[in-house]
Design a protein around this ligand. Structure first.
Ligand SMILES: [Zn+2]
Length: 292
């Protein structure tokens, strides 16, 4: 059962390299242990004085193509998959050093990051974990988009998507953090998009790093990736991965059952604004041993 009482960080650093999906620029990444109460921070080692940016939703500066955080003129783009890996593996504190502005897309999933964290190992720290516990239902609705959070003594996310494509249609998946299944069932799920949209992005100088090794490319009635899907419902699993990364920007683990319908980065961000602003709907809580 993965409901931790104490904060956690990595046992040792690990590094990886890859290419930004939009910039096409190769970057090097080192993920290092950090002290208790540090949180997750990104550091731009390529800029003068190596500024750091906290992975907090109030630092989000753009959600149109990916989640971008910025502070004092420095930004880091496309952080959501690494953030999902931290959240899915219950890592509270880490310093992510990057020598460029866009995170590497790797294979379009969080698998490399999650495996790197597991191989580095994790350690418990001497400070309690503060949870943001939802105390009454919080919901935002816009057309057929919806995010709902209800009180719970643990954390689960259910994602529902409906996509007009024969390989997707309607899909639903749930991750219950007590099951410890993020690494196997969610972290390998890749991002996806229509090949025609990726071609259009490239015309605008974006998607430069996108190819069949960085995600699933949809045609009108199938996919272009010769090896097929990693899961029949890989699409909604990736949506859940994105949601986990987005919600982790609250800066503390959540105690709630969250359900999303057709949500994306911008709508998830709007949900965090609503939740955080509704001070009567949540409290911070540390867990006593009896709660386990
Ligand atoms: Zn994604």
């Amino acid at each position: 059962m993965t409901i931790y009482m104490k904060q956690r960080t990595l046992a040792k650093p690990f590094s990886c390299s890859g290419t930004g999906v939009h910039s096409g620029v190769r970057v090097n990444l080192t993920i290092q242990p950090a002290p208790a109460n540090h949180g997750i921070r990104f550091q731009r080692s390529d800029l003068p004085d190596s500024p750091t940016i906290g992975a907090f939703f109030r630092n989000v500066v753009d959600t149109s193509l990916a989640t971008v955080i910025g502070q004092e003129g420095a930004i880091v783009s496309t952080i959501e998959h690494l953030m999902a890996a931290f959240s899915g593996l219950s890592i509270d504190n880490a310093l992510v050093t990057i020598d460029g502005y866009e995170m590497p897309i790797m294979d379009g999933s969080a698998r490399v990051f999650a495996q790197g964290i597991m191989e580095a190992g994790t350690v418990e720290q001497d400070k309690p974990r503060s949870y943001l516990a939802i105390t009454e239902k919080v919901e935002i609705v816009e057309g057929d988009k919806r995010v709902t959070a209800v009180p719970s003594d643990h954390f689960s996310i259910t994602c529902n998507i409906a996509f007009n494509h024969p390989m997707i249609n309607e899909q639903s998946v749930t991750l219950d953090m007590r099951d410890n299944t993020f690494l196997e069932t969610i972290s390998p799920a890749r991002t996806f998009g229509f090949y025609r949209d990726i071609k259009m992005l490239k015309l605008y100088g974006l998607g430069r790093g996108a190819d069949l090794g960085t995600g699933i490319a949809l045609t009108d009635d199938g996919i272009m990736n010769e090896d097929g899907l990693r899961f029949p419902d890989e699409f909604v699993r990736h949506k859940l991965l994105d949601c986990l990364g987005d919600f982790s920007l609250l800066g503390m683990p959540i105690l709630a059952d969250i359900t999303t319908n057709k949500s994306g980065h911008a709508f998830n961000h709007a949900f965090l604004e609503t939740l955080f602003g509704n001070k009567g709907a949540w409290e911070t809580r540390t867990l006593e041993s009896k709660a386990l």
